[in-house]
Write a protein that binds this ligand. Structure first.
Ligand code: SF4
Length: 452
């Protein structure tokens, strides 16, 4: 064991809205697991911890208000809106620990030799910067490494503005390990060769393990034009499904975890050698848990037998992507589904035992050049299929194929500031779509969902 301390920080979300749907800093904790396997001592400050004991006292709660599957609202404090977001008529907030509790957390950890900070959506960077600033104020001479999605997608911005000493892109485990060793010493005794080699994420550091995230694969081969999966997660690879079940069973037995959210971008691909094997194993081992798929699954793989396995294994939150019912656009943005395929998948899920309200279908609105009629048709189509519409407003992501189009269709200079990628602001100045139009689509989805 090395005497070197590494502090991991999962920063705040700064946004107009945020909700905890099994949000876990899995990438950061995978890095933590690998660092620990190489002898480093690790600690965590998780700004998004709804179970933080000091936060609960501050909120006058014994435990956080959560749904039956352990989702819930983050603590929010209203903060000043960045000037560039002033047109948004909503309150901007810091989601997560109040700043004084974060500072107390800094006081509690052993002095680190190095600090690793992760990042999420590109437009959440102010929360990342504040975490870096606070950490550097308290531990003045300690270097900070920044990684995660924002750091990968907006590398130059992060280098220039984040105040981190080092910025790493893409899959972070091995890069972080090598950089940590280079900067503070220690011995690298173990480098994973494939996904099955990775030590489990350091979930023991989380206050609550009522729900955890699982990654059975990384990346996605579909290459949709608006998606950053391959940029952030690299090429598509799947783990050994039996080893995934070993991991789930370990948490179930060790921590009593009852809810697992699959973070995969392509959970159902090659189903016969992956998900079907996993589900049969979960059933055989009598792992009595709830499983959730917040990242959406590929409808094309949901045949009758897979739907039945999902139901019997305990899949509760079912999310599928349609994006749009317009076939021409579907082909143009990814060609991963057709309206018919969605209909078939929903029929299969219902035959397996799911109700319409169990099935949420993502419809993506405000894609560059997408007319209002298409958004409305898509919402109506999901309703006709007998499932809930889950609207997602398009958020432009740098380096994706859709980016140039988004820049062209937006009335904002998207290159000027990642804050403009926010799905609350991007639609404000679209060429053809007004905010009233978007409200109409949202109201329609709400209305139709009530009938499901
Ligand atoms: S299928 Fe999903 S994860 Fe894969 S590229 Fe398309 S949007 Fe991204």
């Amino acid at each position: 064991m090395s005497d070197k301390n590494v502090l991991l920080i999962n920063p705040w979300i700064y946004d107009f809205a945020a909700y905890d749907m099994w949000s876990k800093p899995i990438g950061l904790l995978y890095i933590g697991g690998l660092l620990r396997a190489n002898g480093y001592k690790i600690s965590l400050i998780n700004c998004l911890d709804r179970y933080n004991p000091e936060l609960l006292i501050y909120q006058n709660l014994i435990s956080p208000k959560s749904t039956e599957y352990d989702c819930g609202k983050f603590h929010k404090e209203i903060i000043e809106k960045p000037q560039i977001l002033k047109d948004v008529q909503r309150k901007y907030g810091r989601y997560g620990l109040p700043i004084h509790i974060f500072r107390n957390e800094l006081k509690k950890v052993s002095k680190p030799d190095i600090i690793l900070v992760t990042s999420g959506m590109t437009y959440w960077y102010p929360g990342v910067f504040d975490a870096v600033k606070e950490a550097k104020n308290y531990f003045r001479d300690v270097p900070v490494i920044l990684g995660g999605a924002y750091a990968t997608l907006c590398y130059d911005h992060a280098i220039e503005h984040s105040n981190a000493d080092y910025v790493i892109c893409g899959e972070g485990e091995v890069k972080a390990l090598k950089l940590v060793q280079e900067l503070i010493g220690g011995n690298i005794s173990f480098i994973p060769q494939n996904l099955d080699d990775y030590p489990y994420p350091a979930y023991d550091l989380l206050t609550s393990k009522n729900s955890l995230a699982i990654l059975t694969s990384r990346g996605c081969p579909m290459g949709c034009t608006y998606c950053a999966s391959s940029i952030v997660a690299g090429k598509f690879r799947q783990r050994d499904p039996i080893k995934v079940v070993d991991e789930i069973e370990f948490y179930y037995k060790t921590f009593g975890t009852k809810n697992f959210a699959f973070y995969d971008d392509a959970l159902l691909l090659k189903p016969d050698e992956h998900i079907a094997v996993m589900l049969k194993e979960i059933i055989d081992r009598k792992i009595n848990c709830n499983f959730h798929t917040p990242n959406a699954m590929h409808a094309s793989q949901i045949n009758e037998s897979l739907a039945k396995l999902m139901f019997n294994a305990g899949f509760k939150t079912i999310r599928i992507s349609l994006e749009t019912s317009n076939i021409t656009r579907q082909k143009a943005i990814g060609n991963k589904i057709t309206p018919e395929i969605l209909k078939e998948a929903i029929i299969n899920l219902k035959k397996a035992g799911y109700k319409g309200r169990d099935i949420g279908v993502y419809v993506l609105i405000c894609l560059p050049g997408q007319p209002l009629e298409e958004m409305i048709e898509s919402v109506r189509y999901v309703h006709e299929c007998g499932a809930l519409t889950k609207l997602a407003v398009y958020s432009p992501i740098p380096q994706t194929k859709e980016w140039d189009k988004a820049v062209k269709y937006s009335g904002f200079d998207l290159n000027a500031d990642p804050l403009l990628h926010n799905d609350s602001i991007y639609p404000l100045r679209l060429n053809d779509i007004t905010i009233d139009d978007i409200q109409k689509v949202k109201a329609l989805a709400l209305e139709l969902n009530k009938e499901i």
